[in-house]
Structure formats: structure tokens, C-alpha cells
Design a protein around this ligand. Structure first.
Ligand SMILES: [Zn+2]
Length: 443
């Protein structure tokens, strides 16, 4: 399948920062074969599809580096609660999770995936339970994903043994699958908070066995550091280092309160701080020191988290929130320039998932994960002054996305989803929510 897209603006991003005011892209199979100025677009060659995207902007798909897709089921059910504290999470979400049944998962995952595709995300890192229920819908969606098997131990050795065995089976299955679009990760919910050091060592060993990474929550409130100071006389990051956790790739969601003295250690590891700016602000938590951590060499990515404290999947709005929060925290305008924010949402996410050579850039040889935005919509004017970086971060939103492609396949064309049925999924999800609330005694 060869596709020619021609006529509109191309924002390559990446190190080269290629911009064509009028450009062309050839997609061949799952990869980008050519990128150049529209004047040099191939003529006389046969393509399966030719797309004129004049008046639009083509750029790399965005990467959501931290989410829990089944939790769209709980959207609106944790209002007024901080999910970044053990207490807040345990007394709201955990109670709903105990009532939730496996058959409630697929519709909510479909709603989540549809919202990501609609708003320009092409890759995401998920972490949750019921992964056997998550995989088929993500597979069908066409999105690229790192799916982490979530583990909550809470000092229950029986739960630990059962979960570790299930984790091993999950990784065996998913990482031997035919597609490299979906990869399995290890997902301890939170080190030290609900995963003991014994479990963490076993999780590290399993991650090593399958050559994969750990997707965790870290430093949402300083709980881990207080625990580690009391029990080990050191910080959470240093204890993780001692346990060998940092030898694996780590995606650490939130990373709000990592002591500055530990940033240097993390800057030298394959470690990503996945910032969920909206979730952190709504929870009334501390703002992550993104500017400082970035300067210390720590890879920064962004995520939506579970959309119960957020409450949407639109990464354009998350970029805007992250940029404003950085200025607010640092007490100066432009603390995180728009170009850097775009980098965080694309290459930062790609690096988090170990895909920095494959995605996050529109360039020949890369995977064809790209999105197209309508520049005739509101927010772009005046053209020269406001485009493209500032407009993308501060003026437009995910609903400006008209087309989404992952792995060379259209997931949305002209604002119509091609792989998922959002309306049907929403109807099923509404029924699931009714059942959930009845089971949880909130009906
Ligand atoms: Zn989370």
C-alpha cells in the first residue's frame, strides 16, 4: 500500500526540525518512504491513494506516556478527590475497582482509544489490570502501545505470587505476538507504596527476562521518600538504584517530588518522568520541576493519567497545560518554549517507550505514525506570526485533527474513525457504569 500526501505544511520535528510550507510525504507500507517540498513530489508514479492536504498541517502523532484506558469507566466518579494520595486513591478508585468486572473493560478501552485517535495520539503507554480484556480492543484500534500489566500487592503474599505468575504469562504471550505494534511492560502500581522490595526484585527479574521496562507511579506526594527514609535511611530513587530497578527502562508517572539531589542519577539512566499536568493541578499537588529535571538530562514525556483527575485524552490541551504550569512554577514567561513542549509530546514519549529510532519524527525511514490538522479552523491566524509551534501549543486543540495514521494505516480519515465505533462503545459503557455503581453500592 503506497500513499502520497501532498500540498500542505509539514512539521517534521526531530533534531533536524524540518518544516515545509508546502510539502509531500510518501508512505509505503508501515513506513515513511519520502519527505520533501511539494514541488518535488513524484509525478507519473502509481499510488494506491493520493491525498491533497492543502490548508492543513502534517506532523508526528503524539505519544501519551501514561494512562489507564479502562478507567474511562470511572470518569466523573472521583470528583473532589486527589488520586495522587494513597488515601484518596484507596477510598475512591480502589473501591470501584473491587466492584468492577472484566466485561466492563472493553467498552471503556474503546472509548479511550477512540478519543486518543480523534485528538491526534498515535502511541500510548498503558498500565492496568484486566490486560487480557484490554489487548483485543487496542489491537483492533490500530494504535501503537506499551501495555503494562498492573500489580498491586498491598502486603498480600498470595496476591504477589498470583500476579507475578500472571505477569510472566502475559509477557510471554504479548511479546511473542506477530505485531511489534503492541509490547508488554511490567506495571508495579507504585514502588514502596503498594509493592514491597521482594516484589520489586521479582518484577525487575521478569522485566529483564523479557527485555522490557517498568511503568510505575513515583513521587506523587513524597510518600515513597518518607517510607524509604524511615525504613532504609535513603531516598526512593537511591533505593530503587540499589535494587537494580534503574537498570531497566522506567516510565515514572508524575515525578512531582523527586529530590533535586537524585536528578543526576536519573539523568544517566533510561528513566522518563511522565508528567500529567492536568491531573496534578486538579489534585492540588505540587507542580513537577520539569524545567530543572530536563536540564539535569532526565527524559520528560507527558501523559493524561486516568482521565478521572484530568478529564480528557486531548494531548494538545495537555501540552498547553504543561507549558503554562512550567511558567507558573518557575515564575517567568516561556519557561518551557512551545517547541520544547512539542518535543516532549513526541520524541520524549517515543524515548520513554524505547521507540526513539522509530517514531516521534516525520522523516524517511521512520514508522508512518502521523496526524493532519485543519489550519482553516479557528486559532491559527494570523498565519505567519502564530504558526506553527505557538499555535499548536497555545491556540488549537485535538479536535482540529482531521486524520490520524499509525503504522501506515488510517485510524481516522476526514474526522471519521475507521477502526472503532465510538458511539456504540459509549452506549455499552453507559450500561457498564450503571452496573458498576449498583455493584459498588452507589447506584
Ligand atoms: Zn496513573
Amino acid at each position: 500500500m503506497a500513499i502520497l500526501l501532498t500540498g500542505g505544511m509539514i512539521l517534521g520535528l526531530g533534531l533536524a526540525d524540518t518544516i515545509y510550507d508546502a510539502g509531500y510525504v510518501v508512505v509505503d507500507g508501515d513506513r515513511i518512504a519520502e519527505v520533501g517540498p511539494a514541488a518535488a513530489a513524484p509525478s507519473g508514479r502509481a499510488f494506491d491513494e493520493v491525498v491533497d492536504f492543502s490548508g492543513r498541517l502534517l506532523m508526528p502523532g503524539l505519544v501519551n506516556a501514561h494512562t489507564h484506558t479502562p478507567m474511562t469507566l470511572f470518569r466523573g466518579l472521583a470528583e473532589g478527590v486527589s488520586l495522587l494520595t494513597m488515601d484518596g486513591w484507596y477510598n475512591t478508585i480502589r473501591l470501584l475497582e473491587l466492584a468492577m468486572t472484566a466485561d466492563m473493560v472493553p467498552a471503556s478501552v474503546e472509548v479511550a482509544c477512540a478519543e486518543m485517535i480523534r485528538t491526534g495520539t498515535t502511541t500510548f503507554a498503558d498500565q492496568y489490570f484486566f490486560m487480557d480484556q484490554v489487548i483485543p480492543t487496542v489491537e483492533r484500534s490500530g494504535l501503537r502501545a506499551a501495555l503494562a500489566y498492573g500489580i498491586v500487592e498491598l502486603n498480600d503474599p498470595e496476591a504477589r505470587d498470583r500476579e507475578l505468575a500472571a505477569l510472566d504469562g502475559f509477557l510471554e504471550t504479548i511479546n511473542s505476538g506477530e505485531t511489534d505494534r503492541l509490547r508488554g511492560w511490567v506495571g508495579p502500581h507504585a514502588f514502596f507504596v503498594d509493592n514491597s522490595p521482594e516484589t520489586m526484585l521479582a518484577e525487575r527479574a521478569i522485566a529483564e527476562k523479557y527485555d522490557t521496562g517498568l511503568h510505575i507511579h513515583l513521587s506523587t506526594t513524597g510518600e515513597e521518600d518518607a517510607f524509604c527514609a524511615e525504613h532504609y535511611g535513603t531516598t526512593a530513587v537511591r533505593k530503587m538504584d540499589e535494587l537494580g530497578m534503574l537498570e531497566r527502562p522506567v516510565i515514572a508517572a508524575h515525578a512531582l517530588t523527586i529530590p533535586q539531589g537524585d536528578w543526576g542519577i536519573l539523568g544517566e539512566c533510561n528513566f522518563t518522568a511522565a508528567i500529567a499536568a492536568s491531573a496534578c493541578m486538579r489534585a492540588g499537588a505540587e507542580a513537577a520541576p520539569v524545567v530543572g529535571m530536563r536540564a539535569a538530562g532526565i527524559n520528560i514525556a507527558m501523559g493524561t493519567d486516568n482521565v478521572c483527575n484530568n478529564n480528557d485524552y486531548d494531548l494538545f490541551l495537555e501540552m498547553r497545560t504543561l507549558a503554562k504550569l512550567a511558567s507558573f512554577r518557575e515564575g517567568r514567561p516561556g519557561a518551557l518554549p512551545a517547541r520544547d513542549v512539542l518535543d516532549i509530546a513526541t520524541r520524549g514519549g517515543a524515548k520513554a517507550l524505547g521507540l526513539e529510532d522509530e517514531i516521534g519524527v516525520v522523516a524517511a525511514g521512520k514508522k508512518a505514525d502521523l496526524i493532519v490538522l485543519d489550519q482553516q479552523e479557528i486559532g491559527w491566524a494570523p498565519a505567519g506570526a502564530n504558526a506553527p509551534f505557538t499555535a499548536l501549543v497555545y491556540s488549537v486543540n485535538g479536535l482540529h485533527v482531521t486524520d490520524t495514521m499509525a503504522d501506515g494505516r488510517w485510524l481516522m480519515r476526514e474526522r471519521r474513525l475507521t477502526t472503532l465505533d465510538y458511539r456504540a462503545a459509549r452506549a455499552r459503557q453507559a450500561e457498564d457504569v450503571k452496573r458498576l455503581l449498583a455493584l459498588a453500592g452507589r447506584g
